[in-house]
Design a protein around this ligand. Structure first.
Ligand SMILES: [Zn+2]
Length: 69
């Protein structure tokens, strides 16, 4: 029941914990901006790929380890 939406929320709060800012773009997609300001990532809400969330997290960790305060 609403499992996919929960995944999206979990991932967004995971990103925010890592210092990313998440806004919504004009098309209504969540758009994440990394702590260093050089990386952007559009987030799908209902991806067809079940691995999407896992892959997104890996991608984020590889792209911008971030969190450097
Ligand atoms: Zn970055």
């Amino acid at each position: 029941m609403g499992g996919k939406r929960q995944d999206s929320r979990d991932t967004i709060s995971w990103l925010e914990d890592r210092g990313w800012e998440v806004d919504v773009d004009r098309k209504g997609y969540p758009l994440a901006r990394c702590p260093c300001g050089r990386h952007l990532k559009t987030i799908h809400r209902t991806p067809s790929n079940p691995e999407y969330w896992k892959n997104l997290r890996k991608h984020v960790e590889r792209t911008c380890p971030g969190g450097s305060r």
